[in-house]
Write a protein that binds this ligand. Sequence first.
Ligand code: NAD
Length: 358
Amino acid sequence: MSKTILITGGAGFIGSHVVRLFVNKYPGYTIVNLDALTYAGNLENLKDIEGRSNYIFEKANIVDAAAVQALFQKYRPDGVIHLAAESHVDRSITSPLDFVYTNVVGTVNLLNAAKDLWSPLLASSGEEGDPLPRFHHVSTDEVYGALGETGFFTEETRYDPHSPYSASKASSDHFVYAYADTYGLPVVLTNCSNNYGPNHFPEKLIPLMIHNIINKKPLPVYGDGKYTRDWLYVIDHARAIDLVFHEGAAGEKYNVGGFNEWKNIDLVKLLCKQMDEKLARPAGTSEQLITYVKDRPGHDLRYAIDATKINKELGWAPSVTFEEGLSKTIDWYLENQEWLEHVTSGDYQQYYEQQYTN
Ligand code: NAD
């Protein structure tokens, strides 16, 4: 089947894993990676597929409506998987408007371009069994707000975002539904818990800790370390996106998570233990680097995803345990220290000083 799939944000952390999966798994597809290459986008993430005949990179900003329309006319994609976003909660607290532009305006620009391109197709019923055209919006569990000690987010949980990041993602989710209801755009959504794995920018918890443990720097833990998150290996998220994109029911959303909750402090201690073993340091060495820092405002206590729907309806489940995934992740960072050095030079240093100096 010869199809063109436009993937936005493909140079970022999760996007690069999705692009790689699609380029390798679907040689009959042409994969167009649209990315603005912000501080979070890095073509080094995709070095292994550069030059492949079914892969094209286009540098463009989704906030630029004319550029988005032109790319839709140039490639006439049969499907869109939308991951481009400003994704870091801490940055959303200092620069909320950047999140409104990219996450809300950028998403609406893509929805408009898809609607304009696909409107003649939407009137016809399409080929039997062909899920395309399809607009897959990749979102987060943070749109649901915070949980107490118990309970899970299901697909029916009411939206209650607390940070500028989650408010912008919730808004983009609503626009996606609005385009399905108003214009009949065929959409699917996935709302996923925290990802970890190779190529994760070291402003996020796990790669930040790995980077600091390697360099014997303090390990900054917010508040009392009791914040609880559900963690999923990024390659399992990419598998879920593939499945929902191809087999999810039109108009439906699917929660994606690892059934794998960790308090931040316990997670950091597990990382310290695994890294002491891998770096042949005496047990307990890295734990001594743990430093509690001032809490982030509006910090949600606990997120936990109920991923029963995607499991029951599409047969998806995580392929690795947390210990296995974490071990693979640490190995990747130890083997790719050049990547880590590149992304932690320049602007990152300035950001780091501002964020973690009490
Ligand atoms: P990331 O920050 O690593 O990557 C984002 C990518 O989008 C980068 O390559 C960046 O260059 C690109 N981008 C940013 N602004 C752009 C713009 N205006 N135009 C074009 N490209 C732009 O993010 P990520 O962690 O890979 O997250 C990808 C998506 O998955 C996001 O939509 C995020 O909300 C969602 N998500 C992330 C997580 C997680 O744990 N990281 C969990 C659930 C959902």
